[in-house]
Design a protein around this ligand. Structure first.
Ligand code: NAG
Ligand code: NAG
Ligand code: NAG
Ligand code: NAG
Length: 581
């Protein structure tokens, strides 16, 4: 954690950066002759993950024994905890849930931990401590600061901005990391590859933007672990340390330094591109259901990006003058959206609307520039103009998650052309496809017996489940039956549902954050969803505490269900071993 006064911190930061650079150079030299074939195509686990899983299973077995659950070495169940996205709400929810699991002795029954979007922010924060599973108190107390100084965040940004692949994700990464998770962790994910099995094996998910928009399903889901990064359904992977390096026709042309966790966090959780969040920003006059056209959406993106930036900046500063300046900015943004222009829009053709929205976007950016020039001279103004100077050009380009494409010109007909044709691809928030990371955990590869799905999403309850069910059907992987009857509960769900898997299907325990236990009726449920909506206004310490407590209580109230399902998962594994499956 970086604390202390600004000048000391900058020096510390510099030391960390230069340390990281030296280490990378060192690794690169050592790895020059490493592997002949840098792209691995296989349905099975890579050696590093397999070895980790074997070691982790011994930890799981010990923990089952201490819960007095009868289990033998060869029937250790494969349990994955999957945390949904949902901005800061999800990040905090996951913290609270894991905290309670540790207290109840359940945390070490987990083989895997999978996240998307907001939950990856807390994952990257948790795993900065190699022993986090043994000390959730420490992880939780970090949420209450002290934070990272804005200077430090900006120093990181300044450095990043020199890279040709600098994108909006980088900005979101540094702001969510510093502003919400209160840390700036410059480790790389592959640094974790050599760790022991104290924690569940982490898998982060993203999607590739181009294929997401107009490619086949196989080209969409992307997973990253400390060992490998690649496309889940194509079974094509590279070492995580090579993500961002230059490839052509399957050959490694030039190794680049691996991205740090701040950047990765920005890619995984650029939740702004997430429609749940965008939906919150769409003003009623633009929100004709089903008809928010693409150009209107882009305008809303611009406004919401700015609003989010302002919100996250607020969370890093205490100075009342700066706070009041930021309030002014937020008012400017709000005014732009409040004014009902629907009559004007109705009379325009699509082409004319496009031009109009672009004009509005430009006006908005100009308003931001004018606002930042009006600030009093001083550190705050310097920071703000530095930030806006970097942000505005990027918003105009609207580039997210720009990363070098390791499948560039890859000769394999199974690889869709949306992945082969460009030197770079764009990795973005997977919540846009499914807001829970089911894909890496379906099918034989990881052979999961039990999925504990923690639902922190906004939007329609159970949607992540039905989307995952449809996804599984499309890629022909087993998934338990989801009775559509549950949809009747969507406005006021229970705190726990069990969808029992048969044979090769995993069982899913589905746990909504807001539910009948903590909301007395559907009205309160709706109100809670709104109170804790998105992350556009970072939560107060009281809200953080309240959310943590709710997540803890959910876990605590359902301990018996979890124990029962863990027992069943062991039986299932025994049966699998005996070969009925
Ligand atoms: C270098 O190669 C070793 C062995 O293949 C691997 O464990 C390590 O993660 C690699 N490091 C980098 C930076 O590529
Ligand atoms: C535990 O498992 C062993 C071996 O499968 C069995 O012999 C024993 O009866 C079981 N004990 C309990 C309490 O179920
Ligand atoms: C992992 O390493 C830490 C520190 O070296 C040690 O305290 C812990 O017991 C180890 N855990 C496992 C599961 O090996
Ligand atoms: C916006 O104005 C139009 C036309 O005056 C009106 O029909 C519509 O209801 C208004 N929308 C909102 C959300 O106020």
């Amino acid at each position: 954690m970086l604390t202390g006064n600004a000048s000391c911190s900058l020096i510390c930061l510099w030391l960390v950066i230069s340390g990281a650079l030296l280490e990378t150079v060192d690794n690169m030299e050592r790895n020059e002759t490493a592997s002949e074939k840098p792209i691995r195509q296989s349905h099975s686990l890579c050696a590093g993950e397999q070895e980790y899983v074997n070691r982790r299973k011994r930890v799981v077995l010990e923990s089952l024994n201490s819960l007095e659950i009868n289990c033998s070495e060869d029937s250790v169940p494969h349990i994955a905890l999957l945390a949904s996205g949902g901005g800061q709400r999800a990040a905090l929810g996951l913290m609270g849930s894991l905290y309670q699991m540790e207290k109840d002795g359940l945390l070490n029954t987990l083989l895997y931990l999978g996240g998307v979007s907001g939950s990856t922010w807390s994952m990257s924060s948790l795993y900065s401590d190699p022993q986090w599973s043994t000390n959730m108190d420490r992880a939780v107390s970090k949420l209450f600061g002290p934070g990272v100084e804005l200077e430090q965040a900006l120093a990181w940004l300044d450095e990043r901005a020199k890279d040709e692949l600098f994108s909006l994700s980088d900005i979101l990464g540094v702001l969510t990391s510093a502003g919400l998770m209160k840390q700036l962790d410059l480790r790389c994910l592959s640094d974790e590859a050599s760790r022991n099995a104290t924690n569940p094996f982490p898998i982060y998910s993203a999607i590739e933007k181009q294929c997401f928009s107009d490619g086949p399903l196989e080209g969409k889901w992307f997973e990253v672990s400390p060992h490998e990064a690649g496309f889940t359904e194509l079974d094509l992977f590279i070492e995580t340390s090579l993500l961002g390096s230059k490839f052509q026709i399957g050959e490694l042309l030039e190794q680049e330094p691996e991205m740090d966790m701040v950047r990765l966090q920005g890619i995984l959780g650029c939740a702004l591109a997430h429609e749940d969040i965008i939906r919150d920003f769409i003003p009623p006059w633009l929100n004709v259901p089903g008809h928010v056209d693409k150009v209107a959406e882009e305008y809303v993106y611009v406004v919401s990006t700015l609003d989010t930036l302002v919100g996250v900046i607020r969370s890093t500063i205490k100075d009342p003058v700066a706070q009041s300046d930021l309030n002014k900015m937020q008012k400017i943004l709000k005014d732009k959206l409040i004014h009902n222009e629907s009559t004007l829009l109705e009379s325009k053709s699509l082409e004319e609307r496009k031009i109009l929205f672009q004009q509005w976007s430009l006006e908005l950016l100009k308003a931001v520039a004018t606002w930042s020039q009006s600030l009093e001279d001083g550190a705050f103004r310097t920071h703000v103009s530095l930030l806006t100077n970097k942000v505005i050009p990027l918003i105009m380009k609207w580039e997210w998650g720009t990363t070098r494409n390791f499948l560039y010109q890859y000769k394999d007909s199974t690889v869709p052309s949306c992945l082969r044709s460009e030197e770079i691809f764009h990795l973005v928030d997977a919540g846009m496809l499914i807001n829970v990371a089911y894909p890496p955990f379906l099918g034989d590869k990881r052979d999961i017996d039990l999925i504990i799905a923690l639902e922190y999403s906004a939007g329609n309850m159970f949607e992540t489940l039905t989307l995952a069910r449809d996804y599984a059907a499309e890629v022909k992987k087993p998934f338990p039956e989801i009775d559509d009857k549950i949809l009747e509960d969507k406005d006021w769900p229970k705190d726990c549902y069990v969808f029992e898997g048969k044979e090769k299907e995993p069982t899913i325990v589905y746990m909504p954050l807001f539910n009948r236990q903590n909301c007395e009726d559907a009205e309160v449920f709706k109100a809670k969803m709104e109170e804790f909506a998105t992350f556009k206004h970072p939560f107060s310490d009281e809200n953080i505490q309240a959310l943590l407590e709710m997540a803890k209580a959910n876990m605590k109230n359902n301990k018996e269900t979890l124990l029962r399902e863990i027992n069943k998962a062991i039986l299932r594994r025994q049966n699998k071993r005996q070969g009925w499956a």
